[in-house]
Design a protein around this ligand. Structure first.
Ligand SMILES: Nc1nc2c(c(=O)[nH]1)N[C@H]1C(S)=C(S)[C@@H](COP(=O)(O)OP(=O)(O)OC[C@H]3O[C@@H](n4cnc5c(N)ncnc54)[C@H](O)[C@@H]3O)O[C@H]1N2
Ligand code: MOO
Length: 493
């Protein structure tokens, strides 16, 4: 999470950021008429709190009442007004926590089936990979008694006669000292045999006979880092599964490593569906910019993936079929085409190739048509809905646990913070709502409609809002975004 202390530039940023935050209660809706999920009513206005369903009832992304009002009699087995898959309008979507667990479990099974061997990579290529073997010290650290300060290495009690030659870092073993002798020494240099103390430059002066005197008391061993203070050769420094952060790379170098043995990144092919997508310029004639092509690859990489390819393949079932059946990636991520429209080809193609749908719709808003399919024992497909924030929801619900597990990354520590404002809930589904972290709380953002990225682009995390919503001050679980401090931002390389 982002702590207030990490935002040194916060004050300078404040105006712009606050503007972008577009906090949830300040404005009833976005300016351009798309009111999908935006500006939910406050807690007091929440239908559940009123004991009746008023004009603020939850609307789905099409602006339809979604049936939670009780007026349509939708029971738990038929609670989404629209079908998730074209084949079975009454099948049950998977609860959100279960969907994440299913993705993690699928990856564990796939990892066992795939037997991908660990890879040895140079340190500068290891950032973001998980250690496949423990990091064991190949040397003592420090590997010799070292001066911690610039000053004099002295032997025995003063005053001391100072030798002419200095001892510098990076040089061979210096000549031994005998009691009453001193030699100039640099930080990081080897301590001469016989030296008992390092006297800092600022704590010594020459007396009238030209001898070195201490200007304050000295303690035996002071400012000497003894060999092996940090570790002994053979000590385990880090366990298997540690994420190679910049600090880990530094420690590995200190401990004598040139390469690290790591779990290979799971390989991902991205297939962007949709005939309406432009790759440059302004929207025109019903065509819009492809936002998932630019957004997903770096995000997936931050989640541990190696992106093998990104293809825009339009709404063509044949091309989709071929792209899926010829891929050798561990994971295919498709975008769009998950719902029930005439050109939503993902379900029909998966059916045709006999894929096993592990998750077919999730009880989460946005993103409920997301899916997870097993193509082969060690190959999966995550179908992200085309609406951009719905795609993010699918990314964090299905792709994140899957990739994390395949990449053998540790699960992020779960945490919750109080929400500063009320968040209207869906009656049955979990909601994922972009928030910024401020002080000890999370501030929900506006512009969180399924087709909008304005909220998430200003966010630090997604708050997991349980069915029924959250009161101001109520704690909500937070899913960090990879670029938030404390996340896995180290992997944007
Ligand atoms: N009859 C039903 N219609 C819809 C349902 C449903 O259950 N029944 N679910 C709705 C929900 S919720 C979502 S989310 C979307 C999911 O749609 P698809 O995954 O089939 O995606 P598309 O129809 O291809 O696109 C939806 C929307 O997103 C835009 N889009 C797609 N790809 C991109 C991209 N790469 N960059 C920017 N925008 C993209 C696309 O133009 C559409 O506007 O379905 C609802 N409908
Ligand atoms: O509500 Mo959808 O699941 O537009 O994202």
């Amino acid at each position: 999470m982002t702590s207030p202390g990490t935002r040194a530039d916060e004050e300078a940023e404040d105006l712009d950021v606050e503007e972008a935050l577009a906090l949830v209660n300040e404005n009833p809706g976005p300016p351009h008429g798309d009111h999908d999920h935006a500006a939910p009513p406050t807690h007091a206005e929440h239908p559940h709190n009123q004991g009746q369903y008023g004009s603020h009832g939850y609307r789905d992304h099409h602006g339809h009442q979604d049936g939670h009002g009780g007026q349509d009699g939708h029971g738990p087995h038929d609670r989404h007004g629209a079908p998730h898959g074209p084949s079975d309008p009454h099948h049950r979507a998977t609860p959100w926590p279960e969907a994440r667990a299913t993705a993690e479990h699928a990856a564990r099974t796939a990892a066992r089936a795939a037997h991908r061997a660990p890879v040895s990579v140079p340190l500068d290529a290891a950032l973001g990979l998980s250690l496949a073997t423990p990091l064991t010290a190949l040397t003592d650290l420090p590997s010799f008694d070292t001066s911690a300060m610039d000053g004099w290495a002295v032997a025995g009690p003063g005053p001391w006669t100072v030798r002419d030659k200095s001892v510098l870092a990076g040089h061979a073993e210096p000549a031994p000292l005998t009691d009453g002798e001193a030699v100039r020494i640099a930080t990081g240099a080897r301590i001469p045999p016989g030296a008992t103390v390092v006297l800092r430059t600022e704590h010594g002066r020459a007396d009238d006979k030209g001898r070195l005197q201490a200007t304050r008391g000295v303690v035996h061993g002071q400012d000497i880092r003894p060999c092996g203070q940090e570790c002994r050769s053979g000590d385990q420094l880090l366990p298997v599964g540690t994420l190679a952060t910049p600090a880990v790379l530094g420690l590995a170098a200190a401990a004598g490593y040139d390469t690290l043995t790591t779990v290979p990144r799971p390989r991902v092919d991205v297939l962007v569906l949709g005939d309406e997508l432009l790759t440059e310029g302004l929207p025109h004639d019903g065509l819009i910019r492809d936002v998932l092509g630019p957004m997903l690859p770096p995000w997936l990489r931050a989640l541990g993936a190696e992106i093998r390819s990104v293809r825009r393949i339009g709404d063509d079932a044949k091309v989709l079929h071929r792209a899926i059946t010829t891929s050798v990636a561990d994971l295919i991520v498709t975008t769009g085409g998950t719902a029930a429209g005439p050109v939503d080809h993902v379900h029909p193609v998966l059916r045709r190739i006999g894929a096993e749908l592990l998750v077919d719709g999730v009880e989460v808003r946005p993103g409920h048509p997301m899916l997870l399919a097993r193509l082969k024992a060690d190959r999966h497909l995550v179908g992200l809905p085309g609406n951009p924030l719905a795609a993010v929801s699918g990314l964090l619900t299905l792709a994140e646990p899957l990739l994390r597990t395949l990449a053998a990354r540790p699960a992020p520590e779960r945490y919750a913070l109080p929400l500063r404002d009320a968040v209207q809930g869906h009656p049955y589904d979990t909601r994922l709502v972009p928030v910024v972290l401020r002080g000890d709380g999370a501030v929900p953002l506006r512009y969180h409609g399924p087709a909008m990225l304005r909220g998430i682009a200003a966010a630090d995390a997604l708050a997991v809002v349980p069915p029924g919503g959250a009161r101001p001050g109520q704690e909500a679980e937070l899913l960090d975004l990879p670029w938030a401090a404390g996340g896995i931002g180290v992997c944007f390389t």
